[in-house]
Design a protein around this ligand. Structure first.
Ligand code: IMP
Ligand code: MG
Length: 179
């Protein structure tokens, strides 16, 4: 795997520090509320599991699997829910946890979808943000890192389902994509 890496964009230490910071902000903001963390699989899994350990509050977790039709590196905006939430979210304070907001099409669809179920609030926490590529407007309350328009992998993010287990966020060599 290491031979495919062009350069590390966000190191393990930087990730750890940011997750702590986001966790303590969330802890402050959600005191006395009914927090439910909604992870969007599979990209959220490493980020979410580290993040919730930094949230020092009672909370519940649920997960969704969505697919946005499109190529391996671009989403199309047509979102399909493959696995929905298990429970009702009425009156809950929902915090969506995502790996990255790219075009924003996936999240803008999801936010509307979840809001229609009458939660008390819906906010977004995303590890990464690629603002240059935005097509749909999404409000990211908790944003980890703003990154340039480059395809990244690691810490949950994949290319063709590989590289999710890398402990840092990195850019792959161009030849990996063209193979
Ligand atoms: P959006 O609908 O374009 O915002 O796409 C969001 C989804 O596309 C993310 O949840 C990721 O699964 C995937 N994605 C977007 N950019 C990247 C990237 O640089 N690396 C890996 N996956 C990405
Ligand atoms: Mg993905």
């Amino acid at each position: 795997m290491d031979k495919d890496i062009l350069r590390i964009l966000i190191s393990e230490d930087e990730l750890k520090e940011k997750v702590k910071e986001l966790g303590s902000r969330i802890t402050e903001d959600y005191k006395g509320r009914d927090l439910m963390v909604v992870g969007i699989l599979k990209g959220c899994m490493l980020f979410l599991s580290d993040l919730v350990r930094e949230v020092k509050l009672p909370l519940t977790m649920d997960f969704m699997v969505v697919s946005s039709y499109g190529s391996a590196t671009k989403s199309s905006g047509v979102v399909r829910i493959i696995k929905d939430l298990e429970r009702d979210i009425m009156n809950k304070d929902i915090l969506i946890v995502e790996d990255i907001v790219d075009s924003g099409l996936t999240l803008s669809y999801l936010v509307e979808n979840l809001k229609s179920r009458n939660p008390k609030s819906v906010k977004i926490c995303s590890l990464l943000d690629k603002p240059e590529r935005r097509k749909a407007n999404v409000d990211i309350e908790y944003s980890g890192f703003s990154i340039p328009d480059e395809f990244v992998v690691g810490y949950g993010l994949d290319y063709d389902e590989v590289y999710r287990n890398l402990p840092f966020v990195c850019v792959l060599k161009p030849e990996v994509y063209s193979e």
